[in-house]
Design a protein around this ligand. Structure first.
Ligand code: NAD
Length: 728
C-alpha cells in the first residue's frame, strides 16, 4: 500500500496525489516521505515530465506529521538520529524547491505546484512552502497553518526558515509563535499561500500554472541574487526592533517555561543572519534540541497522543453505539444554557427546561448571543444560526422530555432540588434514558439515591464557560453501569469535548486538585508572604493564573460555600482554618471576586483587572522575611500534584493519561510539564520525595509523601514507564 499515486498525463504534467490508505486525513510518515522523494526523483529524471502537481484526493491536503513517528525517532535514534532524519527531510524539500535547476544560473528547473483541496497543517504546509506556488481551493472550512507550537514543538521541516524568509519575521510571528490558522482566503491575504480558486477549478488551474510557468517563477526570493528579508534582518534597524520586541513578548507570554518558543526564536534569529541552507541546519539543530527536551515529549504525549486517544474512546466500556439524538437539559442557567448550545451546535435535538418560561427563554437566548457573535466574525451563517436555534425547545413542560435518550441536569446545587428533578424526569422519559447530573460538589452515588435506575445515573461535569472549556469529567457513581459511561463518552465525542472518566469521591478529580492550589495561595497570604510573590511564582512555573486571581475568577463566596460544606463533612480533621480566616474575611468585606469588581485584585468599573488590592497588606502584613521563589513554587505545585497522586491511589483516577490531560484542559496545570504525572516523571520520583519531605518539615503533613511515590522512588519507576503503570 502506498501513500501517493503518480500519474503523468499526455501534456507531461505529473500529478502526485496524496492518499494515505485507511485514513480520512493524510498524515506524513517516514515511509510517506521516502515515497514522495522517489516520485520527485522520477519526475525530475523523466524528460517527458514538464512539471508536477502535488495534491490530495481526500477532502483535505494533510493534517501534519504523525507525531507518533517523531516520538519514535527520538526514542530510537536519540539526538543524532533526529538531526539526521530532519536533515534528510530538508534535503528532499530542498530538492523540490530547486527542482533540478542549475544552482548558479537558476535555470533548467521544472515547475512544482501544491494544489490544496482543504486543510493543510504542519508538514502539510511545509511541503507546499517548498513548492514554487501554492494554490488552494476556496473552502472556508479549510485550515491552513503551522500549529506545532501548540504541542510543544515548532515547524522543523523548513517551515520556520521558509515562512520567515517569505513573509518577514513580524508577519510570520502569529503563524509560528501562536500557531495561528487561517482559512484559504485569510492565508492568501496573510501571504501564506499564493492563490485561491473555486474548488472545481483547482487541478485545472494548477496544471495551467505548471504549463505556463517561466523560469523566473521557479526561483525562490531567497535563492535569487540580492534577496532581502521582508521587514529587515536582525542587523537592519527595523529588523532589530522586531527581534528585540518578539523576544520580550515571547518571554512575557511564556514566562520562559516553553522550550519550543525559545528554540523557535533562536532558529529564526540565527537563521536570519546566514544563507538559506545554513539556516535550515540551524533550524534542524534547534528542532532536535526541542525534541530531546522532556517537556516537548510530555506535551506531545498529553496534548496530542493521549488527548486524541481519550477522545476516540480509549476508556469506553464495550457497549453498543450510544449516539445522543435528543437531550433534555434541566436548568437553563449559566451551565444549562451553555450545554444546550454545544449540544444543538453538534446537531442534537435539545429540550431546555427551567422552572419559569422566561428563565428557559433566557437560556435559549444565550445560544442566540453566541451565534450572533459568530455571524459578526463571519464564522457562522444566518442559515446555520436558524438551524441551531430550531433544535432548541425552551419550555417548562417536562412532558416535552419524552423521547430524550439523555438528560443533563444543571439546576441549583442542592440535594433536594436535584432529587425532585430526578423523580419528575424519570416519570416522563423512556426506560433506557440515561440521567446525568452536572453537579460540581455533590456525590453522584448520593444523588443516585433519588433515581429508580441508579445504573443509568451518572455525572457529566462541565467546566465554565461550557462552549470554551474542552474538558468534561465523567463520574461513575457506585452503581453506574457501563452503558451510562458509554453514553456520556459518546455525547462528549458528539459535542467535541475531551472526556476523562473518574470514580465518585469528594470534588471528583479537577476540583479536588484546584482547591488545594487556591488554598495554598491564600494560606501564604495569611502567613505574610508577599501576594505578588505568590502570584508570580505560580506564573513563572507555567500556571495560567495565580491562585489569588483564580479564586477571584471563580468567586470567593463559592469558596466559602465549599469550605463550609467540606468542614461539615470532615469535622475535626478539617485542615484549612487558616485559609478560611482570610477567605471569610474577604467575603465579609464584600470582596467576593471579579463578579463584584473587588477581590484579591482591584477592578475598574468596566471589570478590567488592575493590581493586587493594597488593603490586603493592612490586614495581613507582609513579613520581613520572604520565602525563596522555589519554595513558593514547590508549595503551589505540590499542593495540586499530591492531590492528583492521591486521587490515583484512591482509585478516583484509573488512568494517569486522564489525570494529565484533565489537569491541563480542566484547570490549565502547567502545560509545558505534560500534567502532574508528566511533571513527576520529569523531575523523578526520588526528587519529588525529597521536595515533599522538606515541605512536610516546613509546612506540615499536607505534604506527606504518598506511598505510591515513595515506592516509585525506591524502585526507580516512572509513571509512564512499564513498571510504574503496573503498580498504578
Ligand atoms: P445557575 O444558578 O446559573 O442555574 C441554575 C438554573 O436552574 C436556574 O436557571 C434555575 O432557575 C434553574 N432551576 C432551579 N431549580 C429548578 C427546577 N426545580 N426545575 C427547573 N429548573 C430549575 O447555576 P449554574 O452555575 O448553571 O449551575 C448549575 C449546576 O451546575 C450546579 O449543580 C453547579 O454546581 C454545576 N456547575 C456549575 C459550574 C459553574 O462554574 N457555575 C461548573 C460546573 C458545574
Amino acid at each position: 500500500m502506498s501513500d501517493f499515486t503518480y500519474v503523468v498525463d499526455a501534456e507531461g504534467v505529473a500529478t502526485l496525489t496524496w492518499d494515505v490508505p485507511g485514513k480520512s486525513m493524510n498524515v506524513m510518515s517516514l515511509a510517506g516521505f521516502a515515497e514522495l522523494n522517489g516520485h520527485i526523483d522520477s519526475a525530475l529524471a523523466d524528460p517527458a515530465v514538464k512539471g508536477v502537481i502535488i495534491t490530495s484526493c481526500k477532502k483535505d491536503f494533510a493534517g501534519g506529521m504523525d507525531l507518533n513517528v517523531i516520538a519514535k525517532m527520538r526514542d530510537e535514534g536519540g539526538a543524532g538520529g533526529i538531526f539526521d532524519g530532519v536533515m534528510e527531510m530538508h534535503a528532499i524539500l530542498r530538492k523540490i524547491e530547486r527542482a533540478g535547476m542549475d544552482p548558479k544560473t537558476l535555470k533548467g528547473g521544472k515547475p512544482i505546484v501544491a494544489a490544496l483541496p482543504g486543510t493543510a497543517l504542519g508538514i502539510g504546509l511545509e511541503v507546499p512552502l517548498a513548492c514554487h506556488r501554492i494554490i488552494a481551493a476556496d473552502n472556508p472550512k479549510a485550515k491552513i497553518g503551522l500549529p506545532e507550537i501548540m504541542v510543544g514543538i515548532f515547524p522543523g521541516a523548513g517551515g520556520t526558515t521558509r515562512l520567515v524568509r517569505k513573509m518577514g519575521a513580524m508577519m510570520a510571528a502569529p503563524y509560528l509563535l501562536e500557531g495561528k490558522l487561517s482559512d484559504p482566503k485569510g492565508a492568501k491575504a496573510g501571504g501564506l499561500i499564493d492563490e485561491v480558486v473555486a474548488p472545481e477549478d483547482l487541478l485545472a488551474r494548477a496544471k495551467d500554472w505548471v504549463l505556463s510557468a517561466k523560469e523566473a517563477d521557479l526561483v525562490k526570493p531567497w535563492d535569487a541574487k540580492g534577496y532581502k528579508m521582508p521587514g529587515g534582518a536582525p542587523y537592519h534597524p527595523a529588523g532589530f526592533m522586531t527581534f528585540v520586541g518578539a523576544s520580550a513578548m515571547v518571554h512575557g507570554k511564556t514566562m520562559g517555561v516553553y522550550p519550543a518558543a525559545k528554540a523557535l526564536l533562536s532558529a529564526v534569529y540565527e537563521g536570519a543572519m546566514v544563507p538559506f541552507d545554513t539556516a535550515l541546519k540551524i533550524e534542524a539543530r534547534n528542532f532536535t534540541g526541542v525534541l530531546m527536551n522532556p517537556s516537548s515529549s510530555a506535551m506531545i504525549r498529553s496534548l496530542f497522543i493521549n488527548k486524541e486517544a481519550l477522545e476516540k474512546g480509549a476508556n469506553r466500556p464495550d457497549a453498543p453505539d450510544q449516539t445522543v439524538k435528543k437531550v433534555g437539559i434541566i436548568g437553563a442557567g449559566m451551565m444549562g444554557a451553555g450545554i444546550a448550545y454545544v449540544s444543538a451546535n453538534a446537531g442534537i435535538e435539545v429540550v431546555l427546561i427551567d422552572a419559569a418560561q422566561d428563565a428557559a427563554d433566557r437560556g435559549k437566548a444565550y445560544s442566540e448571543g453566541i451565534l450572533d457573535k459568530g455571524i459578526q466574525r463571519r464564522k457562522v451563517t444566518a442559515e446555520k444560526k436558524a438551524e441551531v436555534l430550531a433544535r432548541i425547545t425552551a419550555t417548562t413542560d417536562y412532558a416535552a422530555l419524552s423521547g430524550c435518550d439523555l438528560i443533563v441536569e444543571a439546576v441549583f446545587e442542592d440535594m433536594k432540588v436535584k432529587a425532585d428533578v430526578t423523580a419528575k424526569v424519570e416519570a416522563v422519559v423512556g426506560a433506557d434514558c440515561i440521567f446525568a447530573t452536572n453537579t460540581s460538589t455533590l456525590p453522584i452515588s448520593d444523588l443516585a439515591k433519588a433515581s429508580q435506575r441508579p445504573e443509568q445515573f451518572i455525572g457529566i461535569h462541565f467546566f465554565s464557560p461550557v462552549d470554551k472549556m474542552m474538558l468534561v469529567e465523567i463520574i461513575r457513581g457506585k452503581q453506574t453501569g457501563d452503558v451510562a459511561v458509554a453514553k456520556a463518552l459518546d455525547f462528549a465525542r458528539q459535542i467535541r469535548k475531551t472526556p476523562i472518566v473518574v470514580n465518585d469521591a469528594r470534588f471528583f478529580y479537577a476540583n479536588r486538585c484546584i482547591i488545594p492550589y487556591i488554598n495554598e495561595g491564600i494560606r501564604m497570604v495569611a502567613e505574610g508572604v508577599e501576594p505578588a510573590l505568590v502570584e508570580n511564582a505560580a506564573k513563572l512555573v507555567g500556571m495560567p493564573l495565580g491562585p489569588l486571581q483564580l479564586v477571584d475568577e471563580t468567586s470567593l463566596d463559592l469558596g466559602v460555600k465549599i469550605a463550609k460544606a467540606t468542614k461539615l463533612a470532615m469535622g475535626e480533621a478539617y485542615p484549612d482554618s487558616a485559609v478560611d480566616e482570610v477567605l471569610f474575611g474577604m467575603v465579609d468585606q464584600g470582596r467576593i471576586g471579579k463578579k463584584a469588581n473587588a477581590g484579591f485584585y482591584t477592578y475598574d468599573d468596566a471589570g478590567k483587572r488592575g493590581g493586587l488590592w493594597e488593603g490586603l497588606a493592612a490586614q495581613y502584613p507582609v513579613a520581613d522575611d520572604q520565602p525563596e521563589l522555589t519554595q513558593v513554587q514547590h508549595r503551589l505545585l505540590m499542593a495540586q500534584v499530591l492531590e492528583a497522586v492521591r486521587a490515583l491511589e484512591d482509585g478516583v483516577l484509573t488512568d494517569i493519561r486522564e489525570g494529565d490531560v484533565g489537569a491541563i484542559l480542566g484547570w490549565g496545570f502547567a502545560p509545558w510539564s505534560g500534567g502532574p504525572f508528566g511533571w513527576l516523571d520529569i523531575i523523578g520520583a526520588a526528587r519529588a520525595v525529597e521536595i515533599c519531605e522538606a515541605l512536610t518539615a516546613s509546612e506540615g503533613v499536607r505534604f506527606a509523601v504518598p506511598d505510591l511515590l515513595r515506592d516509585m522512588a525506591a524502585s526507580g519507576a516512572t509513571f509512564y514507564g512499564k513498571t510504574a503503570r503496573k503498580a498504578a
